[in-house]
Design a protein around this ligand. Sequence first.
Ligand SMILES: [Fe+2]
Ligand SMILES: [Fe+2]
Length: 184
Amino acid sequence: MSEIFRQIDNIYRTNGDLSYFGEGVSQIEHAWQCGQLAKTNSASLKLQLAAWLHDIGHLLSKEGETPTLKGHNDRHELVGSNFLKHLFPEAVFAPIALHVEAKRYLVATDSSYSEKLSSDSIRSLALQGGPLSIEECQNFLSKPFALDAIALRRWDDQAKDSECSLLSKEEVLSELNDLMVSCS
Ligand SMILES: [Fe+2]
Ligand SMILES: [Fe+2]
């Protein structure tokens, strides 16, 4: 395993058990479930990896478990994508960078989406700037990988199943390493 992959592996090994903001799953369970949803929806390997790593910024920014409760936006989508952009192609880091904007787009354009948002997602929406305006929606859709970011965002919102049992951490991290090798 390369040094940087070992570093990512270690981030999940060390901090993966942190809770995912009161959603009933841990960070590593949320990451793995999101990656699994991408896989079962026949996403490319790069998008599967983006789904897996989309919230790594929360673990890198060391803001604690629920920064939104303190009224703080940790900008985790940018922290994560900036960390990953030297390691993986744009098809991996761009959807990660856009996954918060994708939420703001979906809230603006799909009323049924807003109804299903979790309480933390609703709280963070205000901190993240609220729904996009019509012009901002058009601008968002013109960005490369915006559609991948929307797909990722929908899996993200589903990847909070506290009943879904995780494989062992070793198996899960082995899957992650295989994906990283495939996409690097
Ligand atoms: Fe996120
Ligand atoms: Fe997430």
